[in-house]
Design a protein around this ligand. Structure first.
Ligand SMILES: Cc1cc2nc3c(=O)[nH]c(=O)nc-3n(C[C@H](O)[C@H](O)[C@H](O)COP(=O)(O)OP(=O)(O)OC[C@H]3O[C@@H](n4cnc5c(N)ncnc54)[C@H](O)[C@@H]3O)c2cc1C
Ligand SMILES: Cc1ncc(C[n+]2csc(CCOP(=O)(O)OP(=O)(O)O)c2C)c(N)n1
Length: 572
């Protein structure tokens, strides 16, 4: 045991350093100033000054998703803390491990509507995995250690630690060992017994039309290889959720592609016709299932999950295997018999049908620049090896469809909350975590403007991030819904945008304008060759639509498809 006399503010940094934190993202203010005043004593922790606290939370989130480690955001009380809220909710919905540290007014002022006082633990109660208000210096160490433990264990998620200013200022004989987590009521993960594994194996070994549904959990648990081993052993096709993308190599013969509202048509048909669904680390989101009453009606369902609350929440399952996915699948694998499933695979191939001649990528471009072309060319030029951080909207879906990811943690996107403005700050976090990765932002012209202030952060940090704005002059995804379901009444969706190239240049960032298909490849090459950040403004077709689309609440079979083309070309 070794004690050290430290202030509460120093204890914060001491704990972060001991937790192995290399980067924090934050913004100062009165109630967190003691913490900022102690920062220089811990040079091993790099602080990135953001331009808006929402950015800090997304950066912490991007850092976490890119690295698998906990991301950290810091903010002051009141408006600083409330600005974190969207980022915290984003992390919550996608189970991303972040720790947010906020300053709070002095403990004697709490409840008096003091200057910049907000009950941030009250505000964030439903959007954090755990939160705590700390009013005494002796509780700071344990609160932070517990925050890290909770954020990354079991089902990961965001934790907020709110620390009063007097606790930050007070001094205490700090001992790291004495503040080890003490959480008697918190018991992840759960255990699956051998009998349940045998039952699962029996389901799998007797299935004729099985499909694996691979979700974010396969990436979070580091189970991608063992999942692939099981799929290969049983020749079981794999469908992925948006957040599972990258978990299975894009061109693996068993990888069917993305399921759900904007998933591939054949994937949705295969799910509806399957006799067994093996759901691995996915939570049957409504974007994935369509109408629950008609979802996969012929299939037995196995659900491997770490969070009991997910079992039978949306879809009733026949067998739940609780626990860490890698552990469960590793134990299940020896029980899975090798199998061909040739008829089923041939059938799925026929389900692909005329998809190729409905694919915009294969249609003559008639001089138009489609977003799919941009993403396709970006994928080819980067050889599929970039870490792409996408924003929310049509471009997000085209990215998922046309950038073929083959590595876990190579696609970072806000799935559950669908937070516009996520991409740029999350990319800053991702690049901080993985400086050697080629990081691309793919954002719409609408979402990009929500957090465009973080261009200044990116420039100040000297981060070499490339940005592709898919600029269609609309809030495209909403315009698409207006086109399909509101008789083309385009209220509040057309955008009058700033000159994005000039905006980049105003930040000392290279900007390139792209109007024609023929310019895409050279522009991407130029951006990649440029040492430093670069923004490409792709002026794409204004009224393009993401196909297929399962309308909300419809059966997965009932997709709106792109009309067949009279002629098609094969794009390599
Ligand atoms: C505009 C838009 C359109 C969208 N369209 C689609 C679409 O067409 N198709 C689609 O798939 N998604 C779509 N989404 C995303 C969708 O909303 C969900 O975010 C997504 O489907 C969730 O994927 P998931 O269940 O794999 O991940 P999560 O929501 O992150 O769930 C992961 C699950 O894995 C579990 N887990 C985590 N770690 C472990 C572990 N170690 N062991 C076991 N289990 C673990 C968690 O408890 C959780 O239940 C869209 C989003 C937007 C914004
Ligand atoms: C913060 C936030 N506000 C509103 C929405 C609703 N929304 C979903 S997609 C979308 C349009 C996105 O437009 P843009 O960023 O230009 O991308 P595009 O769809 O055109 O690719 C909107 C407004 C959202 N997801 N997030």
């Amino acid at each position: 045991m070794s004690t050290k006399r430290l202030t509460g503010a120093e204890i914060v940094w001491e704990c972060l350093a001991r937790e192995g934190v290399s980067h924090v993202f934050g913004y100062p203010g009165g109630a967190i100033l003691p913490v900022y005043d102690a920062i220089w004593k811990y040079p091993q922790v790099h602080h990135t000054l953001v331009r808006h606290e929402q950015g800090a939370a997304h950066m912490a989130d991007g850092f976490a998703r890119a690295s698998g480690k906990v991301g950290v955001a810091i903010a002051t009380s009141g408006p600083g803390a409330t600005n974190l809220v969207t980022g915290i909710a984003t992390a919550m919905l996608d189970s991303s491990p972040i720790v947010c540290i906020t300053g709070q007014v002095g403990s004697k002022l709490i409840g008096s509507d003091a200057f910049q006082e907000v009950d941030i633990t009250g505000v964030t109660l439903p959007i954090t995995k755990h939160n705590v208000l700390v009013t005494a210096v002796e509780d700071i160490g344990r609160a932070i250690r517990e925050a890290f433990f909770i954020a990354q264990s079991g089902r990961p998620g965001p934790v907020l630690v709110d620390i009063t200013k007097d606790a930050q200022n007070a001094a205490y004989d700090f001992d790291w060992d004495l503040c080890a987590p003490q959480l008697p009521g918190y018991r992840p993960p759960l255990h699956t017994d051998a009998k349940e594994l045998e039952r699962a194996a029996e389901f799998i070994n007797t299935a004729k039309r099985p499909v694996i549904l691979a979700g974010a959990g396969i990436i979070q648990s580091g189970a991608t290889q063992v999942v692939l081993d099981m799929a290969e052993r049983g020749n079981i096709p794999i469908a992925m959720t948006l957040l599972g993308i990258g978990g299975i190599p894009a061109f693996h013969p068993l990888n069917l592609g993305m399921m759900g509202m904007h998933g591939e048509a054949w994937v949705n048909h295969a799910i509806q016709e399957a006799d067994l669904l093996i759901a691995l680390g996915m939570r049957f989101d409504d974007r994935v299932t369509g109408n629950l009453k008609t979802y996969a009606p012929h299939a037995k369902k196995i659900h491997v999950e770490i969070d009991r609350a997910e079992i039978n929440k949306n879809v009733h399952v026949d067998l739940a295997l609780m626990g860490d996915l890698r552990d469960v699948v590793t134990r299940l694998l020896p029980l899975v018999e090798s199998c061909e499933h040739q008829d089923w695979q041939q059938h799925i191939n026929t389900l692909k049908g005329d998809a190729a001649v409905r694919d915009i990528k294969n249609l003559p471009d008639m001089g138009k620049l489609y977003a799919a072309h941009v993403i396709h060319d970006l994928w080819k030029e980067t050889e599929g090896k970039a870490l792409v951080v996408s924003d929310v909207g049509q471009h997000q879906m085209w990215e998922a469809q046309y950038y073929h990811h083959s590595e876990p943690r190579s696609l970072i996107t806000s799935g559950g909350l669908g937070t516009m403005g996520f991409a740029l700050p999350a990319a800053i976090g991702a690049k901080s975590a993985r400086p050697d990765a080629e990081v691309w932002v793919v954002a719409g012209d609408g979402g990009f403007q929500m957090t465009a202030c973080e261009l200044a952060t990116m420039a100040q940090e000297g981060l070499d991030i490339k940005i592709a704005i898919i600029n269609n002059g609309y809030l495209g995804m909403v315009r698409q819904w207006q086109e399909f379901f509101y008789d083309r009444r385009y209220h509040a969706t057309p955008l009058r945008n700033p000159n994005f190239v000039m905006l980049a240049e105003a930040h000392g960032i290279r900007g390139i304008q792209v109007e024609q298909r023929s310019e895409v490849v050279n522009a991407v090459r130029e951006a990649r060759a440029h040492q430093g950040p670069c923004l490409l403004n792709f002026r794409v077709e204004k009224e393009d639509v993401v196909y297929p689309m399962v309308p909300t609440g419809a059966d997965l079979h009932d997709m709106i498809r792109r009309p067949r083309a009279e002629s098609s070309v094969t794009v390599k």
